[in-house]
Structures are given as C-alpha cells and as structure tokens.
Design a protein. Structure first.
Length: 253
C-alpha cells in the first residue's frame, strides 16, 4: 500500500514528508542517517508520491497506514522524523502507539490547529490542464502567477512525472486534496500524550511554531525540547540540511 525507499542497516528510522511532498525530498538526508547506522525508511504517505490514491484522507488513516507498514515489515522500537503534515502523522502515531515509538522528531509543525493556508498553491496546481499535454516548462509557467516563489514551484515540480510518452501528471492526488483540505490543519486530540524523548525543530524564519506554542507542546509531549535553525523557513531540512542532520543525529544517538 505504501511505497518506501529503504537504506542502511540498524535501528529503524522512519521519515515522513510534508503535504504535497514525497520520499524523494529526503533522499540526501536519508542516506546520511543510514550512514549513521540506521535502517532508514523514506515513505510516501497515501495520496502522495508512488503510494496508493484513495478517497480516504485523514491523520487517523495515515497513522493506520504507518502502523500497518511497521507490522508488515516487522519494525519495532522505531525512531521517526516527520515534517509538517508528516510531523502531525508522526505525533499522532506516537501518542496512539507509544509502544512502537522510541524517539520522535517533529520538523516545523506543532500539535495545534492550523487554518487553511494553501489556497494559492492549490489554485496554481488546479490551473494546469494536463489534457492539453503541456511541457514541464509550460506547467511551471501556468503555476507562476499563483505561486510566485521559485523554491515552492521547484518543490511542486518534483511531483511531475511522465504518465506515458508526451503526457505529464502530478503524482499526488490533487482531486482528493481539493475536497479534503481541512484535514491538513486539524489539531492533535486534547488527550494525546507521548512521554518519551521528543524534539521539535523549527525554522527561524517560519511562523509554524511560535514561542507561545511551547506550553501546548509540553502538555502533549512532556519530554519535549525545541531547537531553532536560524535563517530558514518552513522547508528547514532542504534549506540547511547540514545543521538539520547535526541536530537530529545528536538527538537520536
């Protein structure tokens, strides 16, 4: 059901990408964590990458997917890194199946409710009419007025693939995201608690985790600590992979 890339030998380390991302986004860091002595599982969450497309899309069902994946691969006592939406999946997995998770790293997302803020990105993606068989450069041109940030466009272009010769498509399930966008922002349930070591890493230029959020974080994750990578935004692991790796590997040792 879930596509994954597995690298290395040792204690299992699962990496969960963010909304509209895929396992490939973590390829370089995954290789580095494998060199640290982990068996790294870079996973495409449902409706993303090469994993199944489904009308069902919620954090509960994505957690069930990961739980089933661990069971199918005989994984126990795992470490897990989740970025953004993947961080919410990782938090919910840890609080509902604490026996499965040893250490948790959450990258630039908190347990709180987030209002819908992907409207411009969705508008850009929905503007692309693949029936007209656009080229890669034409797809980017169509998205540009809605998504002026070059880095964001490049991130989204990574999910473009040749469905057949001359026919591009997005790997993610845009149709379902259009219907179920509100699922991305839902908070962790009030009674969700994970008492083992947890590290939140935020971008210094990002507003996803505010200083005022730490009290709420500690209610859910009593053994939580917070690190900030300066001069980076929400895609902190891509903007400063060296420091991200240093902070994460130090915590996982």
């Amino acid at each position: 059901m879930l596509y994954s890339k597995i690298e290395g030998l040792g204690k299992p380390l699962l990496i969960l990408h963010g909304f509209l991302g895929m396992s490939d986004n973590w390829k370089t860091l995954g290789t580095q964590f494998a060199a640290d002595g982990f068996q790294v599982h870079m996973i495409d969450l449902r409706n993303h990458g090469r994993s199944l497309h489904s009308e069902d899309f919620s954090y509960e069902i994505m957690v069930q997917d990961i739980f089933d994946y661990c069971h199918a691969n005989s994984l126990e006592n795992i470490n897990i890194i989740g970025h953004s939406m993947g961080g919410k999946v990782a938090m919910l997995l840890a609080t509902t199946h604490p026996e499965l998770v040893d250490k948790l790293i959450v990258a630039d997302i908190g347990p709180k409710f987030y209002p819908q803020h992907h409207q411009d990105i969705l508008a850009g993606l929905n503007a692309v009419d693949f029936s007209k068989k656009p080229t890669r450069s034409e797809v980017e041109e169509i998205m540009s007025p809605h998504i002026p940030d070059f880095g964001t466009r490049q991130f989204l272009m990574k999910s473009l693939y040749w469905q057949e010769p001359g026919q591009l498509a997005f790997r993610f399930n845009l149709e379902v995201f259009n219907k179920k966008m509100e699922e991305i922002g839902v908070p962790l349930p009030p009674n969700a608690i994970f008492e083992k070591p947890t590290l939140f890493i935020r971008g210094g230029k990002s507003n996803y985790i505010l200083d005022s959020d730490f009290e709420n974080i500690k209610q859910h994750f009593p053994d939580a600590s917070l690190e900030t990578i300066p001069n980076v935004g929400h895609w902190l692991h891509a903007e400063n992979p060296i420091l991200f790796h240093q902070i994460a590997s130090s915590f996982l040792k």
